[in-house]
Design a protein around this ligand. Structure first.
Ligand code: FES
Length: 146
């Protein structure tokens, strides 16, 4: 893959304690990374992930707080379980499992988000461009959707 893979980054607003790391994410993300901030990973509807993929994302990273540090107690655990099941579905329709990554960040971490994104980007480059998913079937004139 010659060009950089497009990455949709869903970030819990509480998972980056370091102001420098948050400033980097807010203001200095490389142009191939698209940020969506959420109040908690538990608020990420799997359809948001599907929407990012339909928009051309070669990979999706979800960064959240450690299990015991979620502001909503079990939001991150619930999100991870739900998104892993959704990832099975995505894999079934042709979007490889390795293209969706869940990352838990410790409040003590510094520069971890940059390292995780760089490693993820490298792996996505090896995978190549994501296949276009046929998630919507065109209906021929005169036919009805099943
Ligand atoms: Fe960060 Fe729930 S508040 S994952």
């Amino acid at each position: 893959m010659a060009e950089k893979p497009g990455i949709a980054l869903f970030q819990c607003q509480w998972c980056l304690f370091s102001p420098a790391d948050q400033d980097w994410v807010d203001n200095h993300l490389p142009s191939n990374i698209y940020l969506t901030k959420t109040p908690c990973t538990g608020r990420i509807n799997p359809l948001y992930v599907l929407n990012a993929i339909q928009g051309g994302a070669d990979g999706v990273m979800i960064s959240g707080c450690l299990p015991e540090q979620c502001h909503f107690v079990t939001g991150n655990i619930t999100a991870r379980r739900q998104l892993e099941e959704f990832n099975d579905f995505l894999n079934h329709i042709g979007y490889e499992k390795q293209r969706v990554r869940f990352v838990w960040l410790d409040l003590q971490d510094r520069c971890m988000i940059q390292k995780e994104l760089a490693a993820f980007e490298k792996e996505l480059k090896c995978l190549g461009k994501a296949a276009n998913l046929v998630t919507r079937m065109k209906v021929a004139e005169g036919e009805q959707n099943a």
